[in-house]
Design a protein around this ligand. Sequence first.
Ligand code: COA
Length: 207
Amino acid sequence: MSIPDKDQKLPLPNYERLCFLKNIITNPNIIVGDYTYYDDFEDCSNFEKNVKYHFDFIGDKLIIGKFCMIASDVVFIMNGANHLSSGVTAYPFAIFGGDWAKAMQDTSYPSKGDTIVGNDVWIGHHVTIMPGITIGDGAIIATNATVTKDVAPYTVVGGNPAQLIKKRFSDEQIVKLLELRWWNWDIEKITQNLPLLVKGDLDLLFR
Ligand SMILES: CC(C)(COP(=O)(O)OP(=O)(O)OC[C@H]1O[C@@H](n2cnc3c(N)ncnc32)[C@H](O)[C@@H]1OP(=O)(O)O)[C@@H](O)C(=O)NCCC(=O)NCCS
């Protein structure tokens, strides 16, 4: 059996714009599963530049599962982007010091927690994902979407703010797919079952 190596940086010969993402990440607060790939129009080592406002002192994480497909210009906005918007002004006086230094006393910048992308998620070109979002397994995010709310597994969402376009399968089938978790199978089993996985015949898959 000949199986592509999950530990390769650049799995496509003579094509340096697509990488297996986990192998190019250097930031410990970005965690990526096997075989998830990122394609960049210029240079796939750009990925971390697309994770914006991601500061070590905040410590929020971007966690991406296995077998995800991430297109060029996908942007993850992290919690460092958040100003306090409940006051009269959102201006961050405190960061400039002097007599402004204590302006944030007894308050803190809002945090919406980690951003979590499930497994087998396809994120289209130029999508923006806001802080603290969870995207379920098998979801598809349409080109140019801005994701402001969690995305249910095996749904397709699009627009700004992203809204449900359709469910990929029936509710019953989605429950079964989430039990199956094919992405956690041994890679040999995945390889043997590719014809079933890439076609939509779920009856055969669940047999
Ligand atoms: C989301 C997507 C997968 C849907 O494809 P599809 O299943 O063939 O669906 P259709 O083209 O029939 O569109 C279904 C509906 O979604 C809408 N839609 C499609 N793309 C959309 C988008 N980017 N934003 C908002 N709505 C979109 C269509 O207008 C249609 O709406 P309707 O049901 O009201 O008529 C596809 O449009 C898409 O965005 N693919 C991502 C492509 C990409 O960015 N690839 C990057 C390289 S991997």
